[in-house]
Structure formats: structure tokens, C-alpha cells
Design a protein around this ligand. Structure first.
Ligand code: NAD
Ligand code: ZN
Length: 351
């Protein structure tokens, strides 16, 4: 494989590992550019800079959220890096959620044919996006269409940064934690179900457990299939319908994870029906409601349109829609589904 190993340092106060890591592993770095947004930068930039007292640090602020992943912002980052005279010995640091990580990683991959970067994730979702080596920006014709496979030198995940995360961002990221449990680890799923009942009051210890287990699942799937030829597709559990809902509802009106939860509920229904999955659907739904998720497709969306979206999905082969279903919790399979069957099932689900 072409992958290189990199450490994921996770925990409360993980940030204090940053400077020692640089000294030990990136000793020729002199200049650092931090890319962040105002939601994160206003809160945590000073702390990060404080750790980097010995370095020449410049900061480049980009728009919050998905607006960071445009060609214009990408170009501005490169312009700033050139103006600040960064060179091949410089380092980029992504301080933020998945949007910042994806943008900054692609900037690092492109600048002077690739310079090192470090991820400092600040969202729950970033346990997913910071691991796996995919970096990208969006094109008007499709999300994440322009990018690279490019690994960070390290992921330093300070859980204290998550305290300020708004409720809907917590729900969005926690959906991917659930996904990782459902596709890989029954015990992890059962632990989530019994231990986590409120995403606002979730403890640092619980978060640490969720993130480290989630990262392990992602790493294990990716390490077996880095370039997405086979089992990496299992990470798409809940995403076939989830992506269609996001696109039809309009990006921004529902978060990614909230849409994926609805997609997972539907995939579990299909799994029970088509693969005889043994699963307590009612218990799952009640838990989701307790955590503040909606488990229904938002009103105003049409079955046929959702199916059209699924056909356009880049994971769809030809015109045949493929779902990730579960034979058991922890045992995913790829399942090509007949369009008429899908339409019928979706109609019932959306009733
Ligand atoms: P994000 O980076 O857009 O962050 C969500 C919002 O929360 C933003 O407004 C941000 O400013 C704010 N925020 C971030 N951290 C905060 C904090 N600690 N306190 C307060 N506010 C904070 O979104 P995300 O959900 O982390 O990531 C979504 C992105 O990740 C998408 O662009 C998606 O395509 C990408 N993604 C990439 C991969 C991958 O493999 N590369 C995988 C999954 C998702
Ligand atoms: Zn996702």
C-alpha cells in the first residue's frame, strides 16, 4: 500500500502533544500556516498559537462550514501561502471540522507538490473525515469532486475543543459514530445504546470512547481498502438515501449526519426485510428520538426524485442502485436493489 502510518493522539488536553510532536518528527519545520474558520478560531486559535511559541506562525481565516470548500477559498489559501513565503519545509495545520480538514489537506497536497500537514479536529464528525486520507473541495457540479488521497503527519484530537459544538453539529457527527458501530462492532453499538442518552451532557470519557472506537473502525476498513475499490464502500452505510435527502432537501437545511441517520433507519428496514437481519428497530428508533434525531424523510420530498438522486450517486454502478445492508450488526454487504422494489419500500417508509 501507499499509505503511511500516522498517529492519532486523542484525549483531553491532546493539544499539548503538538509542539513535542513537531520537535520529534518534523524538526526541520520553521514556518507554519494555520487554516481555520471564525467559529473555531475565535475560541481556540490563541491556545494553539500558544503551543507554537517557538515557531513563525501565520493564520489564514476562511468562511465557516462548507463555504470553505470552494475553488476561490482554495486559491486564496495558496495565494496567502505564497505571499507569506511558505516553502517546502513549511507545515499546514487544519484547525476545525471536516470542512477545514478537507480544504487544508488539499491545500497542503497541492502547495509546491505537497507539504506536510497536521489535523486538529474540532467536531465529532471529524473523527470520520480526519482519518482515511481523503481531502477535497467541491465543484459546482458535485461535492468533493476535486481532491486527492493525502495523509496528514498526525491527527491531534483535543476533546476539550468539542465543548462548544452546537447541538445539531453534535448530532451530525454522532451519526457517523453510530454508523461505525453498526457496520463493524455489535458490542460498540450495544454500549452506545445503553450508555449514551444525551449528546449535550455526554462526558469527556464517553466522547473519548466514541471517537477512539469510531476511528478504529474507520482505520481498519480503510487500511484494507485505501483507494476505495471494495469494502471501503461499507462506510457508505446510510449514505445512499442520506445523500439523496441532503441534495433534495437542499444542503444546509438538514445536516449530513441527520440525513444519514434517516438513511440508516431505512437501510436497517431493508436489511430486516431482504436479509432477515435480527434487529430491534423500535428500540433503535426510540433511542434516536431521545437523542433528538428525526427518523423520517423530511416532508415535501418525493420518492421518485430521491431515486433519481441515488442513481446519480457516484457510488452507483451503471443505473443499478447499490445499498449497504446488514446481514448482522457488524456484518455489512453490498446489495444491488431493483428499482421498483426500492420505490415500493421508499413509499412505505415515507408514509
Ligand atoms: P464543518 O467543518 O463544516 O463544521 C461544522 C460547523 O461547526 C461549522 O460552522 C464550524 O465553523 C463549526 N464548528 C466546528 N468546530 C466547532 C467547535 N468546536 N465549536 C463550535 N463550532 C464549531 O463540518 P463537519 O461536520 O466537521 O465536517 C463536514 C465536512 O466533512 C463535509 O465537507 C464533508 O464532505 C467532509 N467529510 C470528509 C470526509 C473525508 O473522508 N475526507 C468524511 C466525511 C465528511
Ligand atoms: Zn458521512
Amino acid at each position: 500500500t501507499t499509505s503511511k502510518e500516522y498517529p492519532v493522539i486523542l484525549g483531553a488536553e491532546a493539544l499539548t502533544a503538538l509542539a513535542p510532536f513537531l520537535k520529534e518528527h518534523l524538526s526541520n519545520v520553521t514556518k507554519i500556516m494555520i487554516i481555520t474558520d471564525s467559529n473555531v478560531g475565535d475560541r481556540y486559535l490563541n491556545q494553539v498559537k500558544h503551543q507554537l511559541g517557538e515557531y513563525e506562525v501565520v493564520t489564514h481565516l476562511v468562511p465557516n462550514g462548507e463555504k470553505a470548500k470552494t475553488f476561490d477559498v482554495f486559491y486564496d489559501c495558496l495565494t496567502a501561502a505564497l505571499q507569506e513565503k511558505l516553502d517546502r519545509k513549511s507545515l499546514f495545520i487544519a484547525l476545525g471540522g471536516g470542512a477545514i480538514g478537507d480544504l487544508c489537506g488539499f491545500v497542503a497536497a497541492s502547495f509546491m507538490r505537497g507539504v506536510p500537514f497536521i489535523q486538529l479536529p474540532t467536531t465529532i464528525l471529524a473523527h470520520d473525515s480526519a482519518v482515511g486520507g481523503k481531502v477535497a473541495i467541491n465543484h459546482p457540479l458535485g461535492k468533493n469532486m476535486i481532491g486527492a488521497f493525502y495523509q496528514p503527519e498526525a491527527v491531534i484530537y483535543d476533546i476539550d475543543f468539542l465543548q462548544s459544538l452546537p447541538a445539531m453539529e453534535r448530532r451530525s457527527g454522532f451519526a457517523e459514530v453510530m454508523k461505525h458501530a453498526l457496520i463493524n462492532d455489535l458490542h460498540f453499538y450495544q454500549w452506545l445504546l445503553t450508555d449514551i442518552d444525551n449528546l449535550q451532557t455526554i462526558t469527556t470519557e464517553q466522547l473519548q470512547e466514541c471517537l477512539s472506537k469510531g476511528i478504529k473502525v474507520k482505520e481498519s476498513v480503510v487500511s484494507k481498502d485505501e483507494k476505495e475499490l471494495g469494502i471501503r464502500a461499507f462506510l457508505n452505510f446510510g449514505h445512499t438515501l442520506g445523500h439523496a435527502i441532503e441534495a433534495e432537501a437542499g444542503y444546509g437545511s438538514i445536516t449530513h449526519g441527520e440525513a444519514v441517520v434517516i438513511g440508516m433507519v431505512f437501510a436497517l428496514r431493508l436489511s430486516k426485510k431482504l436479509l432477515h437481519l435480527q434487529f430491534e428497530q423500535q428500540e433503535f428508533l426510540e433511542w434516536l428520538h431521545k437523542l433528538g434525531y428525526s427518523t423520517k424523510v423530511p416532508s415535501g420530498l418525493y420518492e421518485e426524485k430521491l431515486i433519481d438522486r441515488m442513481k446519480q450517486d457516484k457510488k452507483t454502478i451503471g443505473q443499478v442502485i447499490q445499498f449497504v445492508l446488514l446481514e448482522e450488526v457488524g456484518k455489512p454487504v453490498l446489495y444491488k436493489i431493483d428499482e421498483n422494489v426500492l420505490l415500493e419500500e421508499l413509499k412505505q417508509f415515507m408514509k
